[in-house]
Design a protein around this ligand. Structure first.
Ligand code: ARG
Ligand code: ASP
Length: 734
């Protein structure tokens, strides 16, 4: 790729700040986009095909040397050709001409786990394929490239009129979407997905290519890939080598194909060169990936509901579940193994919500939103924008109406579905009964088979010792704190210790054998046995209320809230035409940019941008399950044997920047001003996890693994020189 030196021009503009000359290539409109305060041009997750104009100029101001076309181009290779959606949840990037893919250790975790046995424990020891033959297939995983993005808004809105009610609009929209997807130009092996942005005010078509033959290439031991574990999760300073490597395989035509040993390494249109020059404070960084979901344009009343009502409930439930589980994990090695992964996943968002609440409070986000809304109302009234006059009061009414429904739904999902395992099991059984009622025996048989399969996985890691006290505590919380109108009579005025003892002593659903017995026989027999089971009967009442009462109410109100949100989004852009409005994340491909930058978490404390291997050794606790370090890493550290990857005798490990990221950005590449890979995104700092609702460039930081640490581990620690040789290592600063 060539980098047009547009930035000289912008640099000149910033310095001179004179109106732009006719003869230059940036239009006079662009000068209004030059801002003096760099804080004002960070944040946001932008659509890669729509960067020309404002985003391009902001990036140049922040130090980028790339044009919009270097990042996204349909006719020539561009950065976007190296960015890959990883198994629907994370991001990954191509780093060699042979389809070598880099993502996080926590994104590859289940693949690494699935290949591990007691004899070959890749989670503990790491895994490195020294040639193609040693790479391990993962039949249930896939990765997706974005080939092209088109704006299809006018096709999607064809036939929709302003006077229609929301349901009719949505019906026509979904018919149009189907039509566009069917008629769009694409190759046989490609797919077409249409997704809304700006809460349904605009629609984009994504032509994609999905590859199913994905093989595990390398992973460091968990003591490097997940160093610091839950204690360090969402925290800075951080010292984690959170990476793993895969390879994409294609058929002889370089097209997607099911796994076959005849498949060959995929030849990408672009792969990222890797910079060995490192970063320093102020350097430009761009993060390219698939952020899952943000809620940046909620009204104050919506944020307040999350912060004051929903988050506290979720946090309290998980707090209780985690404390009980932890007390058993600490004294029982078997339980520790069985619950490690579940514990980590429950703890992940528990910790995130606590940080989010603190951040929203500390940054005064709700008050600031109220101020913005007052200004909005003032302008709407001045300009007499009739269609927007009731939006904020509609929000107030709807959020008030949905509050108890949303809270009860949260209790159901956190207690009866997610955190009490026995109740989660009754939910599967409930689905089985429903399948029979709705679809007769064929449906029953299908669901029974998949339920039994799921049960095998669940019971393998199940301990009644843990689940029983969790049940007692969480069900009591549910009864005490969830809105009363959605509670079954079985939960009112009961002694929870007795209830728990009774259920766990009598239910067949506390073991795999028992569950298999319950589920054997004719559908009528199974349904009868289930309904006679104490745990099932208890769970069924909760699930029935959820499906018959809670969910329909929630969905109806939510549909109305979304309709208002769609109007509000449109109104905001109109009322504040000079503000930057990025479309909320929705798992579509996005670019975010910023700078390497430290921050001040508290008065008197400044956090540096970079951590080093010295910090790993400071945290090292031999034998500890979170802070142990492999001996070989200690040896390399003692010998200061960092090869070409060290910096002034030190080994950089992690760094932070102002890039606006969220869940799903894990594994995203951090890219320098010239398009080289400098880091691997994997987390955010705790004080800034509020960025999903209120990005603030002073406090929100994403956390990246320095790419030189990744290379050092591959080369010096694992000795996988074969992988280093495939890559293109560059020195852009020298
Ligand atoms: N907080 C990060 C994210 O949301 C990392 C999670 C994985 N790491 C962990 N220690 N649980 O995905
Ligand atoms: N750790 C997150 C992920 O897995 C990233 C984040 O929420 O910052 O996507």
């Amino acid at each position: 790729m060539k980098y047009i030196k547009l930035y000289f021009l912008v640099a000149l503009l910033i310095i001179s700040c004179k109106p732009i000359q006719e003869s230059t290539s940036i239009s006079s409109k662009s000068t209004s986009l030059i801002k003096q305060d760099l804080r004002e041009i960070q944040g946001g997750m932008w659509i890669p095909s729509l960067l020309e104009g404002m985003n391009e100029i902001e990036m140049l101001q922040l130090g980028s040397k790339m044009t919009a076309k270097d990042i996204y181009d349909v006719n020539n290779s561009s950065l976007k050709d190296a960015i890959v959606h990883f198994n629907g949840g994370c991001t990954s990037e191509i780093i060699s001409p042979n389809g070598l893919l880099l993502t996080n250790h926590h994104c590859g975790y289940s693949a690494i786990q699935s290949h591990s046995t007691v004899e070959k424990d890749y989670l503990t020891d790491g895994f490195w394929a020294m040639n193609y033959e040693e790479e391990l297939p993962n039949p249930s995983m896939n990765v997706t490239f974005i080939k092209r993005i088109d704006d299809v808004t006018s096709e999607v809105f064809k036939g929709v009129t302003a006077t229609m009610d929301e349901a009719s609009k949505l019906k026509i929209i979904s018919q149009n979407i189907e039509k566009v997807a069917k008629t769009t130009q694409k190759e046989d092996w490609q797919n077409a997905n249409i997704k809304p942005i700006y809460h349904g005010n605009q629609y984009l078509l994504f032509v994609t290519e999905t590859f199913d033959d994905l093989r595990l290439v390398g992973a460091p031991p968990t003591s490097i890939g997940k160093f610091g574990s839950d204690t360090d999760n969402w925290m800075w300073p951080r010292h984690t080598g959170d990476f793993s490597m895969f390879r994409i395989y294609a058929d002889a035509n370089n097209h997607p194909a099911e796994y076959s040993k005849d498949n060959v390494p995929y030849k990408p249109n672009h792969y990222l060169p890797i910079s060995l020059d490192g970063v320093e404070e102020g350097d430009f960084t761009l993060v390219f990936g698939f952020p899952g979901r943000t809620n940046e344009y909620l009204p104050a009343v919506g944020v307040a509901q999350i912060v004051n009502v929903l988050n506290p409930a979720r946090i309290e439930i998980r707090d209780n579940s985690l404390k009980i589980t932890d007390s058993f994990m600490r004294k029982d090695a078997d339980i520790k193994i069985k619950y490690a992964s579940k514990y980590a996943s429950t703890a992940n968002y528990w910790k995130k919500w606590i940080g989010e609440n603190q951040g929203i409070q500390k940054s005064n986000a709700i008050v600031k939103k109220r101020e913005l809304e007052a200004e909005f109302t003032k302008i709407v009234n001045e300009k007499d924008l009739e269609a927007y006059k009731t939006l904020l009061s509609d929000f107030e009414t709807l959020y008030t109406q949905i509050e108890s429904v949303a809270l009860a739904r949260e209790y159901w999902s956190e207690v009866a579905y997610r955190n009490v395992e026995l109740l989660g099991i009754t939910f599967r059984a409930y689905q089985l009964e429903q399948a029979y009622l709705k679809g007769g025996e064929p449906a029953f048989n299908k669901v029974r088979e998949s339920a039994l399969n799921t049960f095998k996985g669940i019971y393998k890691n199940y301990s009644l010792k843990v689940d029983k006290p969790v049940f007692e505590r969480l069900v009591a919380l549910y009864a005490e704190k969830s809105p009363k109108e959605y509670l079954p009579s079985t939960m009112k005025g009961v002694n929870f210790t007795e209830l728990t003892n009774n259920i766990y002593a009598n239910s067949k659903l506390t073991s795999l054998e028992g569950a298999e017995k319950l589920l054997s026989g004719t559908p009528e027999e199974v349904i009868k046995k289930l309904n006679d089971d104490r745990a099932y009967a208890f769970g069924k009442e909760l699930h029935t209320i959820f499906y018959n009462n809670l969910e329909p109410k929630f969905q109806a109100l939510n549909l109305q809230i979304e309709a208002v949100q769609k109007q509000y989004m449109k109104a905001l852009k109109e009322v504040f035409p000079n503000n930057r409005f990025f479309p909320d994340a929705n798992s579509t491909l996005r670019v975010t940019y910023g700078q390497v930058k430290g921050y001040e978490p508290k008065d008197g404390i400044y956090y540096n941008t970079t951590t080093y291997l010295d910090g790993v050794m400071e945290k090292y606790v031999p034998g500890d399950y979170e802070f142990d370090v492999p001996k070989k890493l200690v040896d390399l550290y003692n010998a200061k044997d960092y090869g070409q990857y060290g910096e002034n005798g030190k080994m950089p490990v992690n760094f932070i920047g102002t890039n606006h990221t969220t869940g799903g950005n894990s594994g995203s590449p951090a890219i320098d001003a010239q398009g080289n890979l400098i880091g691997l995104n994997f987390d955010r700092v705790w004080e800034g996890t509020m960025s999903d609702m209120n990005y603030d460039p002073d406090i929100c930081r994403n956390i990246m693994v320095d790419i030189r640490y990744v290379l050092f581990i591959i080369d010096k620690y694992a000795g996988a020189k074969n992988l280093i040789e495939e890559m293109t290592l560059v020195h852009p600063k020298k």
